[in-house]
Design a binder for this molecule. Structure first.
Ligand SMILES: *[C@@H]1O[C@H](CO)[C@@H](O)[C@H](O)[C@H]1NC(C)=O
Ligand SMILES: *[C@@H]1O[C@H](CO)[C@@H](O)[C@H](O)[C@H]1NC(C)=O
Ligand SMILES: *[C@@H]1O[C@H](CO)[C@@H](O)[C@H](O)[C@H]1NC(C)=O
Ligand SMILES: *[C@@H]1O[C@H](CO)[C@@H](O)[C@H](O)[C@H]1NC(C)=O
Length: 275
């Protein structure tokens, strides 16, 4: 006769064995049934008017090692738009239904499609490209879709010139319309006059003039909208104006594509010139 203690002991052992088997089964089922989903490294990108931008979208599979897909088809659509932004079906672009404003400005990366990469290259961004895009991917191994909210803005570094006692900063494209403030080296605000001219595509050219109180000093011109702050620093000297600009992206901008940040760094290097 088993004692009461032995009964308890064997019951517990049995329960442990049953639980272990159930957990192993759950793991096995989870990792062998393939599920896929569409993902993006940036669902709220900001495009700078006139530049190119990649809207990132790719198919992710939970099965380790399952990183190639067959019979991939991709459709990019935009909310409230008749026609597609881009479509890829049966191994080729399928553009009969493409909306006219995206004609010749969009492409996928054909070599990466079989890895589930459905990223869209959008060339020469326009303000009107702003909106909600949907990337839908389908393949023999499953599919998925994801929304990407593209915001468009414009920003550019100012260039400075000095003549007749006036230091002038000119920035050729900004959107939304930015604020312009000038400060001296100790950070005091200075009186300046600024004019904005809107171009037919909607961006603003900015011209701001300062009568610098002293020469041989550095003045900062800060051009700012809710996405970006450009700080241009100019020093007037005998030889001309030396200048540099750096960009600061606001919190509202969220995560910016790396290319934009690199562009900004390149501007800082290239803008330093004594004319
Ligand atoms: C997809 O391809 C584009 C272009 O080569 C690249 O920029 C992007 O990082 C790729 N995305 C993934 C998830 O590999
Ligand atoms: C230079 O400034 C003076 C005084 O502000 C003005 O009278 C003159 O017209 C200016 N010359 C030019 C070329 O802008
Ligand atoms: C900046 O401007 C303020 C106010 O006009 C002035 O008191 C200060 O000396 C200026 N700083 C420099 C470095 O010129
Ligand atoms: C621009 O200036 C106005 C008035 O000073 C201010 O209300 C607004 O917040 C500023 N905008 C930005 C983006 O700094």
């Amino acid at each position: 006769m088993a004692t009461f203690g032995q009964v308890i002991f064997y019951t517990i052992i049995t329960l442990i064995v049953i639980f272990t088997v159930v957990i192993i089964l759950i793991f096995t089922i989870t990792f062998t049934s393939q599920t896929t989903e569409a993902l993006s490294s940036s669902t709220k990108p900001i495009g700078n008017v006139g530049e190119d931008l990649v809207l990132d979208c790719y198919l992710y599979s939970n099965v380790v090692g399952q990183d190639t897909f067959t019979q991939v088809s991709v459709a990019w659509t935009k909310a409230d738009l008749e026609g597609e932004v881009y479509a890829y079906r049966d191994g080729a672009p399928n553009l009969q239904g493409q909306a006219p404003q995206f004609r010749g400005r969009t492409q996928l990366f054909p070599d990466s499609i079989s890895q589930g990469n459905a990223s869209l290259l959008l060339r020469s961004i326009r303000l009107s490209d702003q909106g909600d895009y949907t990337c839908s991917i389908d393949s023999s191994g499953g599919g998925g879709e994801i929304s990407i909210h593209l915001r468009t803005a414009a920003f550019s570094a100012p260039t400075f010139s000095f003549s007749n006692g006036t230091l002038t900063a000119v920035a050729r494209k900004w959107f939304p319309r930015p604020n312009v403030t000038w400060v001296n080296q100790t950070g005091s605000l200075l009186e300046a006059s600024t004019a904005w001219t809107q171009s037919p595509v909607g961006t603003f050219a900015v011209v701001s003039s300062l009568q610098p109180p002293h020469l041989d000093e550095t003045y900062s011109c800060r051009i700012e909208n809710r996405f970006v702050i450009a700080v241009g620093e100019a020093t007037v000297a005998e030889a001309g104006v030396s200048q540099r600009t750096y960009f600061v992206y606001s919190e509202a901008a969220g995560s910016l594509p790396v290319s934009l940040v690199l562009d900004a760094a390149a501007v800082v290097l290239s803008m330093y010139c004594v004319s």
